[in-house]
Ligand binder design. Structure first.
Ligand SMILES: [Zn+2]
Length: 483
């Protein structure tokens, strides 16, 4: 089949593909691929642009009779025009799978590609959406249509693997750049790492998948490493990525997928580049990592399916950690990282405190359900956004409820602490919400609702103001053992 040029190639790499060109390109590809592709609209952006998912799969009879295929979701350019290369590389991948040299991958995989996850950001030359919100910090509130669409797509398609594609500037003008340094890496990968995610899945991701992935990328000629969170100062400790449910990666992991973050670098805007902001080179790096990932995933399919099957079971002891934080590594409290001098462009090895160990804390014995006694409309809406099942109680009933009493200080981030916990038989009144813990939400619901969790809605002013200090909290845990 004739190679259909992507908009970026058609433009001679002189500008990024526009959201409109991307829609048109996906339609052209889907049409050319016939039965192997389908284009689904999974939502609309804040400014009303379509968010498209390209499903690629071979549903023909002898393929269906075949063993189970690994379903992979790839989300590109959540950070809009600021990180444009992920989208451009996914268009290469879609073309290669549907009309080119990677067609045989459909024997092993199904793909859901969301190349342009933030179409407003691409048009506004921004990392944020049309409401000026960073959508990759919105997976707790789901206040934006883009984050809602991505989260709902994970539930709808139930991918085994989710890849979230990002880029990072090597020159941080306002922070590390002021100290005279640029970062120096070529490809980094992280995995979902909230401690409430099943241990099985995390062990598989960290001990098997990541090393294989890093090795495969290095074989293809890029230096690769486990993700190190943005270095803004030579005095900071180094850690891996965000440990809350605010990010797409952790949310997808808590929903039971093997979730992976990819980040490749961008050169300074001001430097002379062979193409517009070096987009040809940036896209090539993402494309290299995508190919390495698919090469690694294929033989690992049985291990992945078994790890994610166990991820959906309730935690073995019936308790989970509400929070995790980065702490010093015992075995090696310091590490050296290569940075590049901004003036001479020479590499310097700098010593950093190494805080890449994760401590899990604030353990909670899982209740069989939560009861919401007040603000029921607000929470009913929240549960609908997260697709969490609940019932409005119609007949009052008696059960054993656990209630926390919180105290807080007077800063905006008032760290909530539990003053007291009561455990009593009580009547649940009609009109209140009964929210059962089901296997697919058991790890996510406590994080969302417990004010001690750094992933809870009570991290946000509109929710924290609903908590009355020194009073029993309006969300109770059902402590009955009749699960
Ligand atoms: Zn990003």
């Amino acid at each position: 089949m004739k190679r259909i040029k992507t908009p970026l190639e058609q433009n001679g790499f002189q500008r990024y593909s526009s959201s409109e060109e991307i829609v048109h390109y996906l339609q052209t590809l889907a049409f050319a691929a016939g039965q192997f592709a389908r284009l689904d609209c999974i939502g609309h952006s804040a400014q009303g642009r379509e968010i498209l998912a390209l499903y690629c799969g071979d549903d023909s009879k002898n393929q269906r009779a075949n063993r189970q295929k690994l379903r992979i979701m790839l989300a590109g350019s959540q950070h809009g025009a600021s990180e444009a290369a992920g989208c451009e590389a996914l268009l290469y991948l879609a073309r290669a799978i549907l009309t080119g040299e990677l067609q045989q991958l459909l024997e092993h995989f199904e793909f859901i590609m969301i190349p342009n996850a933030n179409p407003d950001g691409r048009e506004r030359d921004s990392s944020k959406n049309g409401n000026d919100v960073n959508i990759n910090r919105d997976f707790v509130l789901l206040s934006q249509p883009e984050s809602c669409a991505l989260d709902a797509a994970v539930l709808h398609y139930r991918p085994a693997v989710v890849l979230d594609l990002h880029e990072s500037a090597v020159l941080k003008r306002k922070t590390l750049g002021l100290e005279g340094y640029l970062t120096d890496f070529e490809a980094q990968f992280d995995v979902a790492s909230h401690p409430a995610i099943s241990e099985n899945l995390q062990n598989y991701a960290e001990l098997q998948l990541l090393p294989a992935l890093i090795a495969a990328v290095e074989t293809r000629g890029l230096r690769a490493q486990r993700y190190i969170r943005e270095i803004t100062s030579t005095k900071q400790p180094v850690t891996h990525g965000d440990l809350t449910m605010r990010t797409f990666r952790n949310k997808a992991g808590l929903r039971g997928a093997l979730a992976i973050l990819l980040e490749t670098p961008m050169e300074p805007k001001a430097d002379p580049h062979p193409t517009f902001r070096n987009i040809a080179v940036r896209t090539e790096k993402q494309w290299c990592c995508l190919q390495a990932l698919l090469q690694v995933l294929q033989p690992q399919q049985p291990a992945i399916l078994s790890a994610i099957a166990r991820a959906m079971q309730l935690p073995p002891q019936g308790n989970i950690a509400l929070n995790g934080s980065y702490v010093p590594r015992n075995e090696s409290p310091v590490t050296r990282i290569n940075l590049r001098r901004r003036d001479t462009r020479e590499i310097e090895s700098i010593e950093f405190a190494d805080h890449r160990a994760i401590a899990a804390h604030d353990f909670l014995q899982l209740p069989s359900a939560y009861i919401v006694h007040a603000h029921v409309e607000v929470f009913a809406e929240l549960f609908e956004r997260h697709r969490i099942s609940f019932d409005k109680v119609t007949e009052p009933f008696e059960t054993v409820l656990e209630n926390d009493v919180f105290a807080y200080g007077d800063t905006p981030e008032r760290a909530l602490r539990v003053l007291d916990t009561s455990r009593d038989r009580a009547v649940v009144m009609s009109g209140h919400l009964y929210v059962p813990l089901l296997p697919d939400t058991a790890r996510l619901l406590p994080l969302l609702l417990d004010p001690r969790s750094s992933s809870s809605v009570f991290q946000y002013p509109q929710f924290i103001q609903l908590i009355a200090a020194d009073q029993p909290f309006f969300i109770a845990r059902v402590a009955d053992q009749d699960r």
